[in-house]
Design a protein around this ligand. Structure first.
Ligand code: VGL
Ligand code: ZN
Length: 238
């Protein structure tokens, strides 16, 4: 009896150390690193720099992502990738200022400084691109914003869900920029699509403290697990 227990524990440990795909529970765990791009960072003096996004933060994201990749988790990224005439840029709305909120076709739209313009230096993903199985681009339609890595405001889906399913993923760990916009939208869409979701708070940064706090609460209400820090044990039991 004791022997069985010990063997069982060792097997569980082995499976965990070996990363993905435990025995009975089918389904793998993936990571979605959200929009860690130059324009969202103070490090690269981005046009929409989010507080607390210095080089140290980005390196911390990269180090943890590499560790998770080494455990066998599948790593995905999202990349905000706007055409120059994108609806979310205040410069495309005469008379408007950055962070003004307007209605476009009945939808609320925050107007941002131009950012993550396709093929510009600060649209780059700053985390080692070789870590990613795929980087999913979003916000490519000039007419619609897309905080979520799964779909835009027009309801057009990215390839994210398809790729996750193709890889047998049932659980996702989400972190990146910004807590109150793209991290929130991506985590909630993942939960709505049926994935089990965990968000690592210390690997996220938000545009503003109040909206970030509200975002954490909203995600919790959706059944998303919020953890403060990355801890290998938490990932094992997830
Ligand atoms: C984002 C505002 C505009 C984000 C993207 O990545 O959170 N925020 N576009
Ligand atoms: Zn954007």
């Amino acid at each position: 009896m004791k022997g069985f227990v010990i063997v069982g524990l060792m097997l569980a440990l082995l499976l965990c150390v070996n990363g993905n795909q435990a025995m009975a529970q089918a389904g793998k765990t993936a990571v979605i690193v959200v929009d860690v791009q130059g324009d969202f960072t103070t490090w690269k003096h981005g046009s929409l720099a989010v507080p607390g996004t210095d080089e140290k933060f980005v390196k911390q994201v990269e180090t943890t992502t590499r560790e998770l990749a080494n455990k066998g988790l599948l790593i995905f990224g999202t990349q905000d990738w706007h055409p120059a005439n994108h609806v979310s840029f205040y410069t495309n709305h005469p008379g408007k200022k950055p962070f003004d909120v307007i209605k476009v076709n009945g939808k609320t739209q925050v107007l941002w400084p131009p950012h993550c313009v396709q093929g510009t230096e600060n649209a780059r993903v700053l985390v080692d691109n070789n870590l990613f199985l795929a980087i999913v681009k979003k916000g490519t339609d000039p007419r619609y914003d897309s905080y979520s890595g799964f779909q835009d405001d027009g309801g057009h889906k990215t390839e994210m869900d398809e790729i996750l399913k193709r890889n047998g993923v049932t659980k996702v760990i989400v972190y990146g920029i910004a807590t109150d916009y793209c991290v929130k939208a991506t985590a909630i869409d993942a939960a709505n699509a049926g994935y089990k979701v965990m968000v690592i708070e210390s690997l996220c940064r938000g545009v503003a403290p109040n909206t970030s706090k509200a975002a954490i609460e909203e995600m919790k209400k959706k059944g998303i697990t919020i953890v403060k820090d990355y801890d290998p044990k938490l990932v094992c039991s997830f």
